[in-house]
Design a protein. Structure first.
Length: 201
């Protein structure tokens, strides 16, 4: 079991994921894989899940929180940047992510669905805050990465109030970095500085 059996996929796109390394001040590649927006059939909440291809390791896993801003990358119309309180490493942490898609059209399609998920979760999380007790999502999943994938539904989704400082810090960083950062991979470096990374189609 993957922990995703109780969810419907709104989006399932191949892409390349980067995470901003705050200490080094640069983007670090997290791998090529599938980016999915998944709506839970019971809680009605939408989360973002990125699994690295072949290994299927979870590299990004968070509820799409109300107020989350997805920004176009300053260096490429195929890439988008956003901040989130992520749970892929087993504990909540404010992260800055970048996704690179195969085309500007695919990036625009993802952006539209992501913004739809933001609006959808504003209602779903608001109803939960009114007194609906969160039940465990995907409990009993086996294999590496599945525990964090199932826990995100309960731990991250219920943290809208508690994680406000962390999310605010992530949003502030996103606004600063999105305007100046450039995603670079081996292909870009061989072609000259400032190139944007290219996701496989």
């Amino acid at each position: 079991m993957s922990g995703e059996e109780a969810e419907d996929a709104w989006v399932d796109f191949k892409s390349k994921l980067y995470r901003f390394d705050h200490g080094g001040g640069e983007w670090k590649e997290r791998g090529v894989g599938q980016t999915r927006l998944l709506r839970h059939k019971v809680t009605d909440r939408v989360r973002l899940l990125f699994r690295q291809e072949k290994t299927l390791k979870v590299r990004a896993n968070h509820i799409v929180m109300p107020g989350t801003k997805l920004a176009p990358h300053a260096g490429s119309d195929k890439a988008v940047v956003w901040s989130a309180v992520d749970f892929s490493e087993g504990e909540q942490a404010a992260e800055l992510f970048c996704l690179r898609f195969a085309s500007p059209e695919r990036a625009a399609e993802f952006t539209a669905k992501f913004e739809e998920a933001v609006a959808h979760n504003a209602k779903a999380l608001g109803e939960a805050a009114g007194g609906v007790e969160e039940e465990g999502e995907g409990e009993g999943g086996e294999g590496e990465g599945e525990a964090s994938a199932s826990k995100a539904g309960s731990a991250t989704a219920s943290a809208s109030a508690a994680d406000t400082p962390a999310k605010s810090a992530a949003d502030e960083l996103a606004g600063e970095v999105a305007a100046k950062a450039t995603v670079v991979d081996d292909e870009a470096e061989s072609g000259g500085a400032g190139g944007a990374a290219k996701a496989d189609e």
